[in-house]
Design a protein around this ligand. Structure first.
Ligand code: ADP
Length: 319
């Protein structure tokens, strides 16, 4: 019987469990034997292989995090370690390795593919910062979490007529900040791709006040500015004394949204179908509403940056 191994790697994201469950059940349905590898690439080296069955992945679909645990293992960039990992996978009779994670995790899969391992990558990170796909599993859930949290912060900043700064995740990308800003009606969004200078932010706040707005919400993507410095700058250069909330890991937790859970199910189905048809070493990309197999090389080049039109729309709508 052909063997599939699944691992989760990098930052955890809501929907990882949905993907583990869907991959396992679809693969078993198609006659594969399935193993989980605990703690990402580190788990290969430590031979933490566990058999997965329809029952062992029961009850996890709505749970956040990953039942397989995840780990950062930077040593995996070393070619000798990659070779050892390849040998261990072969010694365990693994025919295909499915990696669930972000762009770093995909690079790990690419290295193993170059050594001759058959791999697939399911994009899963809240940051939505991977090439080759317009959506990563976990992004939609994180957006909903941010929108909910900002709504609560807005209630209190409205009552106190204060400026509220909210720092959100996204690494070097402004996807979470911009999309959440559109969804929750933030007055200003600071993204790493094109950060508004802080003197402009102050000017904008003063204009907003003149227009009769008693409070403003500023979303700061973690890669754009140090949010503490944004707070100090505004305090120093205006009469505002902003509150600061760092949402942090709150954004990574929680069960997946329906969109993320369904995306995980569909990508998993396509992934196993592709393997059965002899296609491997692909990222499952979500492009214009369709799930497409994207070669790792293409994924590295096919960037989906933040939409500048969203930025313009946000400023029109926050007037
Ligand atoms: P993400 O997958 O969420 O982007 P990381 O960038 O931390 O998270 O990558 C997760 C893991 O993938 C790393 O800890 C490492 O084990 C592996 N990895 C990252 N980059 C590479 C690379 N260039 N080559 C091989 N393995 C990598």
């Amino acid at each position: 019987m052909r063997r599939i191994a699944i691992l989760t790697s990098g930052g955890d994201a809501p929907g990882m469990n949905s993907a583990i469950r869907a991959l396992t059940r679809k693969a078993i349905h198609e006659g594969f034997e399935v193993f989980g590898i605990e703690r990402g690439y580190l788990g290969i080296m430590e031979e933490q292989f566990i058999p997965l069955s329809n029952r062992s992945v029961g009850g996890i679909i709505t749970q956040g995090g990953t039942m397989l645990k995840t780990a950062r293992f930077p040593e995996f960039q070393n070619e000798d370690i990659q070779r050892k990992a390849y040998d261990i996978l072969k010694a365990h009779g693994i025919n295909h390795l499915i990696v669930i994670g972000g762009d770093g995790s995909m690079r790990g899969a690419t290295s193993l593919a170059e050594l001759g391992m058959s791999t697939m990558t399911i994009p899963c990170t809240i940051d939505n910062d991977m090439g080759g796909t317009q959506y990563t599993i976990g992004f939609d859930t994180a957006l909903n979490t941010v929108v909910d949290a900002v709504g609560r912060i807005r209630d209190t900043s409205n009552s106190h007529e204060r400026v509220a700064i909210v720092e959100v995740m996204g690494r070097k990308s402004g996807h979470i900040a911009l999309k959440a800003g559109l969804a929750c009606g933030a007055e200003i969004v600071l993204v790493p791709e094109n950060p508004m200078p802080l003197h402009e932010v102050c000017r904008h706040l003063k204009e907003t006040q003149i227009r009769g707005k008693e409070y403003s919400v500023i979303l700061v993507a973690e890669g754009a500015y140090n949010s503490g410095e944004v707070k100090s700058y505004i305090k120093k250069h205006t009469e505002f004394d902003p509150s600061l909330t760092v949402l942090g890991y709150l954004q990574r937790g929680g069960g997946p949204s329906a969109f993320d859970a369904i995306l995980a199910a569909r990508m998993s189905e396509t992934c196993i179908d592709l393997l059965m048809n002899g296609t491997d070493n692909r990222l499952l990309g979500y492009i214009d509403g369709h799930i497409r197999p994207i070669s790792y090389q293409e994924a590295e080049l096919l960037d989906f940056p933040i939409n500048e039109k969203d930025y313009t729309l946000l400023s029109i709508l926050s007037s």
